[in-house]
Unconditional design. Structure first.
Length: 188
């Protein structure tokens, strides 16, 4: 796929510039955060220290990772439901692409886990916020586990397709062997 259609382009290069203190994308993570901060009655975010705001930002970022793995899961599940004989070459190419994208996604998420772990170990973070940040770390680990499962699903689909092609090749070679065994002695 072109770079502009990848998950990274959608996530990083979305128009989320700030003008007049407001995000330009009305439903972005930042727009919802600002809206929640301005809500009346006062939410927990405004009652706690800044470390709770840090938790809210990180939690919302991690929440945006879930739809990415769900979309990959739906697509791979759709492919898995079809018999191997009906797999077009485009799907095989897509599976190879998805494998690479999943590796890239996991590589992009791992540093976030390290950042969260750093904040959990920081003495300046309050006890309640540490507990919340540990939940964020668990969600990151769950996302990484889901990505690992999706990578395994890609591998399984690719191996199943290779097995189908090998089986078809063996059947063709068997038929050719029988035909040649029948007609080869007639030539002498």
């Amino acid at each position: 796929r072109p770079d502009s259609s990848s998950w990274l382009a959608e996530w990083c290069f979305a128009e989320n510039a700030w003008f007049d203190g407001e995000p330009s994308v009305p439903n972005s993570l930042w727009a919802r955060l600002v809206k929640d901060l301005r809500n009346v009655p006062v939410r927990r975010m405004r009652e706690h220290r800044a470390d709770f705001l840090l938790y809210e930002v990180l939690d919302r970022i991690v929440d945006q990772l879930r739809p990415i793995s769900e979309a990959y899961s739906r697509r791979l599940g759709f492919m898995h439901q079809h018999p191997m004989r009906s797999f077009p070459q485009e799907w095989i190419d897509e599976i190879d692409e998805v494998k690479l994208e999943l590796v890239d996604l996991a590589r992009s998420i791992r540093p976030l886990r390290q950042v969260v772990r750093h904040f959990v170990n920081d003495a300046r973070i309050g006890g309640a916020a540490k507990m919340y940040l540990e939940d964020v770390e668990d969600a990151i680990d769950q996302n990484l586990g889901d990505i690992s499962q999706l990578q395994e699903m890609c591998r399984t689909l690719a191996e199943a397709h290779e097995g189908y092609l090998d089986q078809r090749m063996n059947a063709t070679l068997f038929v050719l062997s029988i035909v040649s065994a029948v007609f080869l002695p007639a030539q002498f």
